[in-house]
Design a protein around this ligand. Structure first.
Ligand code: TMP
Length: 381
């Protein structure tokens, strides 16, 4: 598969392809990729920008509320702080001291320009030591959807150990592997996601560190995520979960069936003269489009609100990425909502498309079609 965020313009050289294979350990229940792509290739100029959607803002509100019930949140460190959006939200809700650590220089620059104190580095023990020695060290460390991108867990966990030594709490948000499997989200599997996390796996990783999972919260964001609250202690919180090889086999089988369904549907529509496009050039879109072998003959374009992705091509294909306005300019017959995690918000926002008879295809767990009179995905159930 191509690298999921390798958006290139016509004259740029692509980073290429790498094997994509999910491995699973029945003992600790962690899922992992079989290869690690050099992070410098993946994150040097990173095109993933934290969403500014209402769905995300609501999640930030809930997350910060839940964090405040665990800690004062006087000084917050975010690992993988992207363009600083979450830290900005913390500031708006009263946190005085915020600091981000972000390896992508383009995103760290945006954060700095917006007044968010940011260190442009990969997180490791050395950086953790420097931050822990600050006159006002963090009482909360947040890492949203970053742990699954880290290859060297020991380095990251030793870093957290330094930061949590004086009673700070770390909130690690990850896509929940159990949700990924149960909801057939094969499109969450791509080279940036090196590990697929369960509570059991994190308990194994924390062995011998003096840290425990003190609490877990489950959120609907991104198709199902958990936040594990980690701090110094002796006893892990209770949380029951189950994942078996049979579950993984069923997941593989259902994923193939979903891919076959989308291929069949799009081929039929195109043969019938219908114009089909994609909405949301997410990493998930790269996975779907390349798994289905779609080209510009199938999808005219994929639109996305992220400037960094526009006017480039979808990784691995000749399908151009355009701005969101293309949906009302072109009024295609069908739009595949690859950003299904924001589907209801997007469907509500794109009223004109719906009113002009446009239909949504939502590929999440199954291939759902949302008719023009429907204002949300759930109504199709
Ligand atoms: P994500 O699921 O990995 O956050 O990616 C969602 C993609 O969808 C991201 O590239 C931004 C894009 N998007 C839009 O283009 N319009 C929207 O209204 C929303 C919510 C997301």
């Amino acid at each position: 598969m191509p690298l999921a965020n390798d958006f290139c313009e016509g004259n740029e050289e692509r980073e290429g392809y790498a094997p994509l294979k999910l491995m699973w350990c029945p003992r600790c229940t962690l899922g992992q990729l079989s290869v690690v792509v050099n992070p410098k290739l993946l994150y040097k100029e990173y095109s993933y920008v934290t969403s500014n959607s209402q769905t995300m803002r609501n999640h930030f509100d809930t997350l910060i509320r839940d964090l405040k019930s665990e800690s004062e949140c006087e000084s917050v460190l975010e690992i993988g702080s992207n363009d600083g959006r979450l830290l900005n939200h913390f500031q708006e809700l009263g946190t005085k001291t915020v600091l981000g650590i972000e390896p992508a220089s383009n995103l760290a620059d945006i954060a700095l320009r917006n007044g968010i104190n940011t260190i442009n580095e990969f997180f490791d023990q050395e950086i953790a030591g420097i931050v822990a020695d600050n006159p006002k060290p963090p009482d909360v460390i947040v890492a949203r959807h970053v742990f699954c991108h880290i290859d060297d867990w020991q380095e990251a966990i030793y870093g957290l150990q330094k930061l949590c030594a004086n009673g700070a709490i770390a909130a690690i948000e990850v896509p929940y592997f159990i949700d990924t499997i149960n909801t057939v989200e094969f499109d969450q599997i791509y080279h940036e996601h090196l590990s697929y996390m369960t509570i059991e796996a994190m308990k194994h990783a924390l062995q011998g560190t003096g840290m425990v999972i003190s609490n877990v919260k489950h959120y609907p964001i991104h198709g199902g995520a958990i936040v594990m609250f980690i701090k110094r202690g002796r006893v892990h919180c209770d949380w029951s979960e189950s994942l078996t090889l049979e579950d993984l086999r069923a997941f593989a089988h259902k994923s193939h069936a979903c891919i076959a369904d989308l291929i069949r549907l799009v081929h039929e529509l195109v043969a019938d003269g219908k114009i089909v496009v994609g909405y949301g050039a997410s990493a998930k879109a790269t996975q779907w489009i390349n798994s289905c072998g779609f080209t510009r003959k199938h999808l005219k374009w994929v639109c996305d609100s992220t400037h960094q992705k526009q006017w480039a091509f979808m990784p691995g294909t000749d399908i151009p990425v355009v701005d969101e306005g293309a949906l009302t300019r072109d009024l295609p017959d069908y739009a595949i909502c690859f950003a299904w995690n924001f589907a209801d918000e997007i469907i509500a926002k794109e009223k004109i498309f719906r009113e002009k008879g446009g239909r949504w295809i939502v590929p999440h767990g199954e291939i759902k079609i949302v008719e023009p009179h429907q204002t949300a995905v759930k109504e199709t159930a």
